[in-house]
Design a protein around this ligand. Structure first.
Ligand code: ME8
Length: 530
C-alpha cells in the first residue's frame, strides 16, 4: 500500500464568501496532480472543501441575520457547486463542523494535553479576525484612515484619530484581547523541526520558501495560543469545555480526519493513506503548515506529511484582489464565458507556481488561441483532413515507428510531473507540438499526397504525426481530460479513457496502435476573439 498510494490536499477554504479565482488556482493545481497520479497507477486520495469554525463566517452569518448553521450549510453547498462545476475530481470532502472532525480534534487535543504539550496561560495581545491569527506589534503597520495609505510604525508618528495600527494584509484594526487561553508548547519542538527539515531536504518546495521557514525556526519559536475563551462556536476542548479550539488548530487536523473517518457516502476508505504525500498551500499559510502542523502532529503521535508545495499569489491589474476594488473574478463565470480549459491552461502554463504574477484576461485568450487552438488543434485537423483524402472513406493508419525523441519526451515528462513542475510539463508538451508542426512543414504531406507514387510516404508521415500526438495527449490528459478523451475516441482509441481511469498510463504509453479516421471532426478548440 505504501508506495502505490498518493494523498493530496488543498487548503480548506473559509466560507465567508464563495471561492474566487485564486482558490480555484490551488484546486486546479491539486486536481491536475491528482489526475496524473491516478492514471499512472497510484491509488489516489484527494481531499478539499471548507474551514467553518471561523469567526469571519460566523460574523457574516450575523450580518445576514442568519442562524450560523444555516449559513454554513448554504455556503458549503455553494463551495461544492463551484468545485463540481469546475470538474475538480476530489475523492473526499470535509466540513469542519462535522461530528467526525469534532471527535478527532478532541482526541488529538487530549493526547497533546496528556503529553504535557498544552498549558493554561493568559493571552494578552491582538488578534486579526481576517487572518484568524494572533498578531504582534511588529506584524502591524500604521494606516491613515482617510487615505487608507499605510506606512511602517516608527516612533516619530503618533497615533491620532486619523492614524491607526492595522494588519497590513487586510487593513483592519486587530481586536485587543486579554483572556484565559491554552497554549501549545511549540518552543519544545524547535530541534525536532530542524532535524526533520535536515533529513527531508524537499519537505517544502520551492527551496526559497523552505529557507525562510528554516530561518524562522532557527531564530526562535514561541508557544502559541490554541483556544479562545470568548468564542462559543467551534470545537470545545476536552479538558476545558468552556473554551473552543483556535480555528487553525482544528482546521489543520482536517487532513487526518479524512483519513481516519472518511465520509460515509464518499471518500476513499482506508486509514493507510496517512501521511499526506502533498499539501498544496498558498504562501500566506506556509508557516502554519510547515512549522505548527508538524509539531502538532508529533505531539499527538502522528507521522508527518511528506511534502508541502507552496504556491504564489496573483493580482488583477497589479492590484491586490479585493471586493472593494471590484476586481474579484468568479472562476465559474470566467470559465462559462470562455472554457475551463482556457482557465486551466492560463493558470498553469503562463506562470510558475513559485512566482507572483498578474492575471490578465487578454493574455489568457492569446495563450489559449496560440497553444490549444493553433498549435494543437490545427495540427490534428490537418492530419484528419489529409487522412480522409488519402483514402475516401474510413482510413486506417498503421505503422511501427519507434522514435527516440518521443521516448525522451515521455521520460522527461514523467520527471517533471513527479517534481510537480506543471508549467514545465505544459511547456514541454507545446514545444514538442511546435517541433511536430515543423516536421509537418518539412515533410509537406499536403504536397506529396498529390503524387500517386508517394502514397505510402504520406501514410508514414501522417502516422508519425498521429503517434506523436497520441503521446502529447497522454501528457495533457491530466489538465484537459475531456477534450483529450474525445480525441482518443475519435482516433478510434475508444477504450483509452477507461484504461486511463483504471490507471493504465504506463501500459498505454509504449503500445503500438492503429488509428482509424472515419469522418471530419468538429473543431475541438476554437479561437476566442480578444
Ligand atoms: O487560509 N493568489 O483559507 P482561505 C493565489 N482556511 N492563491 C490565493 C490567493 C491569491 N491572491 N489568495 C488566496 C485559509 N489564495 C484557511 C486554510 S488549511 C488547513 C486552512 C489561495 O479561504 C491560497 O492557496 O483564505 C491560500 O492558501 C488559500 O487560497 C487560502 O484560502
Amino acid at each position: 500500500m505504501k508506495n502505490d498510494k498518493f494523498f493530496i490536499t488543498t487548503p480548506i477554504y473559509y466560507t465567508n464568501g464563495i471561492p474566487h479565482i485564486w482558490h480555484s488556482y490551488s484546486s486546479i493545481i491539486a486536481d491536475s496532480i491528482a489526475r496524473y497520479q491516478r492514471i499512472s497507477g497510484k491509488k489516489t486520495k484527494f481531499s478539499t472543501w471548507v474551514d467553518e469554525n471561523s469567526q469571519k463566517a460566523i460574523g457574516k452569518a450575523q450580518e445576514l441575520g442568519m442562524e450560523t448553521m444555516s449559513y454554513l450549510d448554504m455556503m458549503a453547498e455553494k463551495h461544492k457547486a463551484v468545485w463540481d462545476w469546475l470538474k475538480i475530481e476530489y475523492s473526499d470532502f470535509i466540513r469542519t463542523t462535522e461530528d467526525r472532525h469534532h471527535k478527532l480534534v478532541r482526541e488529538v487535543l487530549q493526547k497533546s494535553w496528556d503529553n504535557w504539550d498544552i498549558y493554561e496561560w493568559v493571552y494578552e495581545g491582538m488578534y486579526c479576525v481576517w487572518c484568524e491569527a494572533f498578531k504582534k506589534e511588529e506584524d502591524l503597520v500604521y494606516m491613515n484612515k482617510t487615505t487608507k495609505k499605510t506606512f511602517p510604525i516608527t516612533k516619530e508618528v503618533e497615533l491620532s484619530d486619523n492614524i491607526c495600527k492595522v494588519c497590513p494584509d487586510h487593513l483592519v484594526e486587530p481586536q485587543k484581547l486579554k483572556e484565559k487561553n491554552y497554549f501549545f508548547k511549540l518552543s519544545k519542538y524547535g530541534d525536532f523541526l530542524l532535524n526533520h527539515y535536515k533529513n527531508n531536504p524537499n519537505f517544502v518546495i520551492p527551496q526559497d520558501r523552505f529557507n525562510e521557514v528554516i530561518a524562522f525556526v532557527e531564530r526562535w519559536l514561541e508557544d502559541f495560543s490554541i483556544s479562545r475563551e470568548t468564542n462559543k462556536f467551534g470545537i470545545h476542548l476536552p479538558f476545558d469545555e468552556e473554551q473552543v479550539a483556535y480555528v487553525w488548530y482544528d482546521a489543520l487536523f482536517n487532513y487526518v480526519t479524512v483519513c481516519k473517518s472518511p465520509h460515509p457516502n464518499q471518500g476513499i476508505k482506508s486509514e493507510n493513506f496517512w501521511p499526506t504525500d502533498l499539501h498544496v498551500v498558498g504562501k500566506d499559510i506556509i508557516r502554519f503548515h510547515a512549522i505548527y502542523w508538524p509539531a502538532m502532529l508529533a505531539s499527538a503521535w502522528y507521522e508527518l506529511p511528506k511534502q508541502i508545495l507552496t504556491t504564489w499569489f496573483f493580482t488583477v491589474n497589479w492590484q491586490k484582489i479585493s471586493k472593494s476594488i471590484g476586481n474579484v473574478i468568479d472562476p465559474v463565470e470566467f470559465s462559462q464565458k470562455y472554457s475551463k480549459d482556457l482557465l486551466t491552461l492560463y493558470l498553469l502554463s503562463s506562470f510558475n507556481i513559485w512566482q507572483d504574477w498578474d492575471f490578465d484576461e487578454k493574455q489568457a485568450i492569446l495563450t489559449y488561441n496560440a497553444k490549444l487552438a493553433n498549435n494543437l488543434w490545427n495540427l490534428v485537423n490537418r492530419v484528419v483532413v489529409l487522412a480522409l483524402k488519402l483514402q475516401n472513406n474510413s482510413w486506417v493508419l498503421e505503422s511501427k515507428i519507434s522514435d527516440v525523441k518521443a521516448e525522451n519526451f515521455i521520460k522527461n515528462n514523467k520527471k517533471l510531473f513527479n517534481d510537480y513542475n506543471l508549467k514545465a510539463v505544459l511547456d514541454e508538451s507545446f514545444s514538442f507540438l511546435d517541433s511536430l508542426n515543423k516536421f509537418a512543414d518539412e515533410k509537406q504531406p499536403w504536397q506529396i499526397i498529390k503524387d500517386p507514387e508517394k502514397q505510402e510516404e504520406t501514410r508514414e508521415v501522417l502516422y508519425t504525426i498521429a503517434e506523436w500526438l497520441r503521446q502529447v495527449w497522454l501528457a495533457l490528459y491530466p489538465f484537459f481530460p475531456e477534450k483529450m478523451a474525445e480525441m482518443f475516441t475519435k482516433l478510434w482509441l475508444q477504450n483509452y479513457k477507461e484504461r486511463l481511469e483504471n490507471w493504465e498510463l504506463e501500459k498505454i504509453l509504449p503500445e503500438n496502435v492503429i488509428f482509424e479516421i472515419k469522418e471530419k471532426w468538429e473543431a475541438l478548440f476554437s479561437r476566442f476573439e480578444v
